[in-house]
Design a protein around this ligand. Structure first.
Ligand SMILES: C[S@@+](CC[C@H](N)C(=O)[O-])C[C@H]1O[C@@H](n2cnc3c(N)ncnc32)[C@H](O)[C@@H]1O
Length: 218
């Protein structure tokens, strides 16, 4: 599970691959190692098939899906992140045939097959990221009867000094617009901002806001 990053003006100019490699290289583990709760809440009862995890980070969502029986591909721009994800698969005892991790910049990614589930959890960045174009390509790769989950930080954490203008905070409406959803082709299962209870850096309870869009392709 990811938390939000600060964006400084100098960071905005850094090449995405350099930014993310430096971020992952700075610590042995960057995220919590737990799958995102919204994925658990929405995907637990889906019939497993092929899944794609865009911006998979250290692989916790992909591994959770693979343990449910999905055949998963996780893509991330950071080779350090995908190497950690691959090592986590090995450590978990999961068959390597159930989940693969690919190091790739999603700005140059074009799907070559379709998936029963595509997840895009917190694919947000303080540096350049063609998020809307990536979401649009992701939608095109969902198989009939398949699902698309898009989750994003909808507001700065209450403990941060980030302002809305310092970072992109997607809304469900904005993501639906980016996806150009045709109601005859898609059913909107969830489109809302959800509250998530967390512990702030001081150890106190806090609430984060997540934009959640969950679609089913007819
Ligand atoms: C906030 S993290 C979220 C990681 C994970 N999905 C999670 O929920 O814990 C954003 C991830 O997107 C990846 N990312 C950012 N820009 C990318 C790009 N252009 N192509 C592929 N991955 C990218 C980063 O390397 C990072 O792992």
């Amino acid at each position: 599970m990811a938390t939000l990053m600060h964006k400084t003006s100098s960071e905005r100019k850094v090449a995405p691959v350099h930014y993310w490699e430096a971020k992952y290289a700075a610590t042995d583990r960057t995220w919590s190692g737990k799958p995102n709760q919204v994925l658990i809440d929405l995907a637990s009862t889906l019939k497993p098939g092929r899944a794609l995890d865009l911006g998979c980070g250290e692989g916790s969502d992909s591994i959770w899906l693979a343990n449910l029986g999905w055949r998963v591909t996780g893509i991330d721009i950071s080779a350090t992140a995908t190497a950690r994800a691959t090592a986590a698969v090995h450590d978990s005892g999961l068959s390597a045939s159930r989940v693969e991790f690919v190091t790739q910049d999603l700005s140059t990614w074009h799907p070559v097959t379709t998936y029963g589930l595509i997840t895009c959890c917190f694919l947000q960045s303080p540096v350049e990221l063609e998020r809307e174009a990536i979401l649009s390509r992701a939608a095109s790769a969902v198989a009939p009867g398949g699902h698309l989950l898009v989750v994003a930080h909808a507001a700065p954490p209450p403990w941060s000094n980030l302002a809305h203008g310092d970072h992109d905070f997607p809304t469900p409406e904005g993501d639906l617009a980016a996806l150009a959803i045709d109601p005859s082709e898609w059913e909107i299962l969830v489109s809302e901002v959800r509250e998530r209870e967390v512990t702030d850096p001081e150890g106190n309870p806090a609430v984060l806001l997540d934009s959640v869009v969950f679609l089913s392709r007819r």
